[in-house]
Every structure is written in C-alpha cells, then in structure tokens.
Design a protein around this ligand. Structure first.
Ligand code: BGC
Length: 761
C-alpha cells in the first residue's frame, strides 16, 4: 500500500478530519478513497468494547461481555515475561474476533505513591519490571496483528488534577524512573501507538510537548507508530500536531477546522499534517491488511485468567505453616469478598465480565467451610449483628480465613485515595477474630498497598490484588495447596503512608506536583534509607524453600558494548514443586553519583521439583550500570567497581559478586562560560589546555608567584571559579572567554575517549 500516494490524493479537509476520531472508539472513514474506519478499545486487562452510542472513557456505560483478566497490579507479581506474552496473544484474539484494531494498554506509569487511584492498572514502582513486562505483553498482542497503545505518556502518577496539573520532574529522574519503562517497551516491542497523558510535564501539556513526543519518543527511541491523545487530553490542537500528536480522541470536528485554518494561514506546515495522516494510515492499514477471522472461547479464556491469577497471587506471610489448609480442617470464611470478590478496578478498564468465580462458590469442592459475611464489602459499617455472626461462625472453626480488601469507592480511576487504611470495620473485625486465639489468615483484594495494623498477629496473609474474574478459583487452589504460590511483590508495602518518599509532595497544590524525591522511588528510597517496611519489594513466600548457590559472572570487566552473563544455581530444598523468581540488583560502588543503594536490573524464573537444581542466567549490559547524566546528556557508568546482588527480595540478598566497568568515557565538565576552573583541571582532556593557556591569567591571583604556589592556590581558591570570572578578576575580555570556550568544546568533542563511548550510545 503506497500511503504517501494515498495522502497526496486527500483534500486538506479530509486530512484534517483524519486526525480526530469519528466517535468515542472509531477513526473516520473517507469513502471517496475507500479509507476504512477502525475501532479501538480499552484495555488493558480485557475488552471494554462499547456498541453504537453510549461511549464513555470512565467505564460508566454498557460494554460487551468479555473476560476480565487480572489487573496489572497482580500480573506484575508473576515476574513472568512468557505469561504476559501469552495473555497478550489471548487478548489479541478476542480483539480480532470483536473487530478491535488497537487495544488501549499496557499502562506503565510508575507507582510513585500508594495513594494513586489508578495504581491497580499500573505495573510497578520499578521501571525495569514495568518495561520488561509491558514489552512482553505488547509483543504478544501485536503477534496477532492487533496494535497496542502504551499509556499514559508521561508522568501521570496520580488522578488528582490529572487533566491540568503539572508534574514537575528533573530530567535525570524523568529518564531513569518515569520514561524508562516506555523506552524499554518502545525499543523492544514497537507498540503501534503511544497514548499521551492528560497532565502537563514541567509546565507543558503532554499532548503538545515536542520534547516528549518527538525528540525523545521518535528521534531518540525510534518510535514509528502514531501518538493518540488520552480521551480529552488535547489542549491546543495545532500545537499538538506540531509537537507530534497525530490522533485526537474521542472524535469531534471542532478541531478539524482549526487545523484547516492553521494550514491556510501558514501556522501549520501542510507537510506536518501530511506526516501525521501518513502515520495514522500506516497503522490503520497494518491492521486492515492483516485482519484475521477469529473466534474465541470465553470459557477457555476464563481458565487462562485463573492460571494467570495463580501465578500472580503473593503469599506475604505464613507463620507456623498455617497454609495450606487441609480438607480435614474446619474453616471459617469471613468477609463479603469471599462471596463477591473485588477483582477489578473502576474506570476505563472496567470490564463487563462474562462470569465471576468466587471462593465461596467452590467451598464444597475443597473442604469443610462455614461462611459469615462479617462486614459489607462496599462500605465502612458498624453492624454489630454481622460482627456477632462472624464471631459465632469462627468459634466453631479450626482456622479463620478473612476475605478483606478495598471497596470500589476507595480506589478508582478519576480520584486518589486519601489514606492507606482498609475500612475500619474490617480492621476491627480482624482484631476481634484474633481474640479467639485461632490461626487467622487474611486474603486481600486491593489495587495498591494497605496498612495492616494486625500484620504481626495474624498467621497468614495472601495478597490476591485485583485478580480478575477467576480469582476465587485461584485463591482456593492456593489456600488448599493444590497450587503452590509463587508471586512476588512488584512494589514495596511501607509500614505507614508517611514513610513513602512522595508523602510531602503528593498530590501537590495549585496544579503543581513536585517530584522532589527524585530517583528515590519505592525500594530505591526505603532500602537506601535502611527504613523498616511492612513487606519489601520482591518479597513473596512459597510452600517450598529455595537455596541459591554458585553465582558466576562470565567476565571480570564490562566495557561499553559488552554483554555480561550472570548465572546462579537455584535448588528446591523443600518438599513440593514450586516456582522461584530470582532477582538481580546492581549497586554502584564508585561513589561518583548520588544513587540508590541498588537497582533491579534482571529477573528470571525457574520451576523446580523437590531436590531439583536449575541454573538461571540473566544478562547485563553497560546501560544496566548507568545513570542519566544530564550534563553529558547521556547514560553514564563511571569506571570502577559495581556489586551484583542476587536476591529473593530487595531486602534478602543471598549472593554477591563484583564487576568492574572499564573503558567508559571520562566524565567531562559541561563547557560553557560557567564551567568551573577546578573541573577543567580535573578533566584529563582539558587540564593541559588550562595549564598551558590560562596560567598567565591565573597567576594574577598569586601575584605572579611560582608554579608550585600556583597549584596550591588553584586547589584552595579558584577551583570553584567559573571561567567567566576571569573577566572580573584577571582582566580577560568577553571575546577571550568565548574563544576559550570554543577551544575547550572542540577539545572535548574531538577527544578519542568521547568517540569510544559514543559508538555505543
Ligand atoms: C483513560 C485511558 C483510557 C481512555 C479511554 C481515559 O480516561 O485515562 O486510560 O484508555 O480513557 O477509555
């Protein structure tokens, strides 16, 4: 298909119209040229496809019946790339069957605060996990010729004032934390589309931010699809097209006119409009030309949703092997979520689930279970009668399982939580049940961490998150030991909200939110501060145990361009088959930058029979060690020693090794009039020039004294002086300063060390 040729046949009006949707979910067609309309649909963990009319972006109106898979807060805990790929394939087949060209997901915004109402849709507090898992999901969906829309680009980490607020973040933090998952997914998986976010980034709306949408996304990362606005995210349409926003959603024609006028009055070059239309048509035809007839079996997908939930549920605590339950034991199920699980979040990802399996509905198949509602799942209440019934039911049991969690009204798209508590009635009931002196196990249904005032006293905690429509079956399989739990947390659980690094700056005021904690997000903060947490990042238990040995690093040094292989033997040292998630953390020991104590840079999984050992291998490259050096506008890992930690969680590092970085470029000072003389002398490329060419000026400071005195003087007095101060103190002219700046720039740009580095980056 010659898209350029097609665009050349379109009128200005047709091209402008192509840049906004026909309605909530369709692109416009151009009958004259046989350009078809295609449908898009939310996303990310199931299809929210709406029929004609009644479209909305908050999950309020009807949608077709579909299969609700576990939300990203849950699937992230599987740390399983293959599973994410497979879930993507399954979703894409449903898309093909329902004529959906682009599935609106994955959502990879970083979990900055546990309060963000939409954390349940997001993957992790860690950009490496979010990048790896979203790339696998995208590859899975797109393998079936259905597109994805990675969202929300970028720095949309709260719902409060999301449509107008400015996320104010320094560039290093942006690159290392908030953009990094997008970068990985785009470079590895090329999503067909990127959805820009509602918010402003450092003052400029994401929908008209050319730095984000063009410089970073396309020029640096090589994105080749189109950018679509989040629904209603457009501020100035013409600025948007200029910045690199191609498609406005939902549809409407109010902006088509503006585009036409802008071309006519010369504000918008027609080539830019042509380019936007080309990008949109490329994707439309990529889908249309590969359209497949597909049917899907909802029952089979429901079972798949169950298997995914089984890999995602995290066993947080299991004292005295309270779990698994035995069919011989008398068990009390307490809590409305046993009967009606909370398994998905509210808003645009809300699925009209084809069916829902609750744990209670399966009780008869597993053991001897009595049930009491205990509290109303939907609200905070003090119904003494419900409490008393719960206590009576629990008194007759050997073990008590409480199905607790957050009600829909507590967390959703559209607003943030204001605290991290469960409803008080749930905490009170758990405290009362504990007075019976029987083992209490809490099963949690929530999209984001909660405080657990009873955590020390209960014997077991199972984090089911929002585990999709089959969550009840997955819970029963794990509670009764038919399945061995293997998920691990993709986020930290702080003891209390106040411990969270964003606490003082969340959600901001006056439409300004300052990301003052910088790169210290989640475990990067808690671990560096050695702060006690409730459950650390990466934590998760199993019904078996694993032993780690034989850490091998295949090279002693890593140079730019190298790939390093790290291998470790993992042995199932317990009695049951199990799956272990192995984590690799890198720790910069060079002391050349302010960095978190360690950062996750690899993970892998192994399924092991009792007594079995497998070697798990992970790869690192130069970038795994690097931080973003704004001065150099590049990723940079200083030469020197780095530690490799193999962990069961970020707080349980079981094996350690070392590696050296060599051949990295020297860290050059930024050359301008404000460069400090001390920095120029410390840099091997510029030191000679300064000594050779500036001595006569610098000596003025020592009254023309001898060289040895001059060295001392430089060290102690003029190292912090900017070059420009030689005008005031050493009689240099403006022209001389500029000439020196030009010489120094040339020196840096042509140095060998610099070139060695830039081959790779
Ligand atoms: C959400 C997006 C969603 C879109 C369409 C917006 O409110 O932020 O994630 O894809 O609506 O429903």
């Amino acid at each position: 298909m010659d898209i350029k040729n097609l665009v050349s046949k379109m009128t200005l009006e047709e091209k402008a119209a192509m840049c906004s949707g026909a309605d909530f979910w369709h692109t416009k067609k151009v009958e004259r040229l046989d350009i078809p309309s295609v449908q898009v649909s939310d996303g990310p963990h199931g299809l929210r496809t709406q029929g004609e009319g009644g479209g909305d972006h908050l999950g309020l109106n009807a949608a077709i019946e579909a299969v609700c898979f576990p939300a990203a807060c849950a699937t992230a805990c599987s740390f399983d790339r293959e599973m994410m790929y497979d879930m993507g394939v399954t979703l894409a087949k449903e898309c093909q069957a329902e004529n959906v060209s682009v599935l609106l997901g994955p959502a990879v915004n970083i979990k900055r605060s546990p309060l963000c109402g939409r954390n349940f849709e997001y993957i992790s507090e860690d950009p490496y996990v979010a990048g790896e898992l979203s790339a696998a999901y995208i590859q899975g969906v797109q393998s079936q010729n259905v597109g994805t829309s990675i969202k929300h680009f970028a720095v949309n980490n709260q719902e409060h004032e999301r449509m107008s607020g400015s996320s104010n973040v320094d560039e290093r933090t942006l690159r290392e934390i908030y953009l990094s998952a997008f970068e990985t997914a785009i470079k590895k998986a090329q999503p067909w589309t990127v959805m820009c976010s509602y918010n402003r980034v450092n003052g400029v709306y994401a929908s008209e931010n050319s730095w984000l949408l063009t410089k970073v996304l396309r020029e640096e990362w090589g994105f080749d699809g189109f950018v679509v606005s989040d629904w209603g995210a457009v501020n100035d349409r013409v600025e948007g097209i200029i910045a690199g926003l191609e498609l406005e959603m939902p549809g409407g024609c109010w902006n088509d006119k503006k585009i036409i006028e802008a071309v006519q009055d010369g504000t918008l070059k027609e080539e830019r409009l042509d380019r936007a239309v080309e990008r949109i048509l490329n994707i439309i035809y990529r889908y249309v030309n590969n359209k497949k007839e597909e049917v899907f079996d909802r029952e089979a997908d429901h079972r798949k949703a169950e298997k995914i939930a089984e890999k995602s549920i995290v066993l947080l605590k299991n004292d005295g092997q309270a779990l698994p339950l035995s069919s011989e034991e008398k068990v009390a199920f307490i809590g409305g979520f046993a009967e009606e699980p909370r398994y998905q979040g509210g808003g645009s990802s809300h699925i009209n689930s084809h069916k829902v399996t609750s744990a209670l509905s399966l009780a008869g198949e597993y053991g001897c279970i009595q049930y009491a509602e205990g509290f109303l799942a939907e609200e905070d209440q003090t119904d003494e009668q419900l409490f008393s019934q719960a206590m009576e039911t629990a008194e007759n049991a050997d073990k008590i399982v409480v199905f607790a969690g957050l009600p829909d009204s507590f967390e959703s798209e559209g607003y943030d939580r204001v605290h991290m508590h469960l409803p008080d009635c749930q905490n009170r009931l758990i405290e009362r049940l504990l007075t019976l002196g029987k083992p209490v196990i809490v099963v949690l249904h929530n999209g984001s961490p909660v405080e657990m005032p009873w955590a020390k006293e209960v014997q077991g905690i199972l984090e089911a998150y929002l585990g999709g429509e089959a969550v009840g079956k997955a819970e029963m399989e794990i509670l009764y030991g038919k399945v061995n739990p293997s998920g691990k947390l993709a986020e930290s659980f702080p003891r209390r909200l106040e411990d969270n690094p964003s606490f003082l700056n969340f959600p901001g005021t006056d439409k300004q939110v300052n990301y003052a904690e910088g790169v210290f997000v989640g475990y990067r903060y808690y671990d560096t501060k050695k702060m006690d947490v409730l459950f650390p990042f990466g934590h998760g238990l199993s019904y078996t145990t694993f032993a780690y040995s034989n850490l091998k690093i295949n090279k002693e040094t890593c140079r730019p361009g190298d790939t390093i292989k790290i291998s470790v033997d993992v042995t199932n040292s317990g009695q049951r088959e199990g799956r272990e998630i192995v984590q690799l953390y890198v720790s910069d020991k060079t002391g050349t930058a302010i960095r978190p104590i360690h950062e996750l840079k690899g993970f892998s999984t192994a399924v092991l029979k009792p007594g079995e050992t497998k070697t798990v291998t992970m790869e690192l490259d130069y970038r795994s060690f690097a931080w973003y050096d704004v001065g150099q506008k590049d990723w940079y890992a200083a030469n020197g020693v780095y530690e490799i930690g193999i962990g069961k969680s970020s707080r349980d590092i079981v094996l350690e090794g070392k590696i050296n970085i060599e051949g990295s470029r020297e860290k050059f000072p930024v050359i301008d009039r404000n460069v400090m003389i001390g920095d120029l002398l410390a840099c091997p490329i510029t030191a000679g020039y300064v000594k050779g060419n500036l001595t006569k000026y610098l000596q003025k400071f020592s009254g023309g004294s001898e060289a040895s005195e001059f060295d001392l003087l430089i060290e102690n007095m003029i190292k912090y002086m900017p070059l420009r101060s030689l005008r005031s103190f050493a009689g240099m002219t403006n022209e001389q300063v500029d000439a020196i700046v030009a010489d120094l720039e040339k020196l840096i740009n042509t140095s060998e060390t610099n070139r060695v580095f830039s081959i790779f980056y």
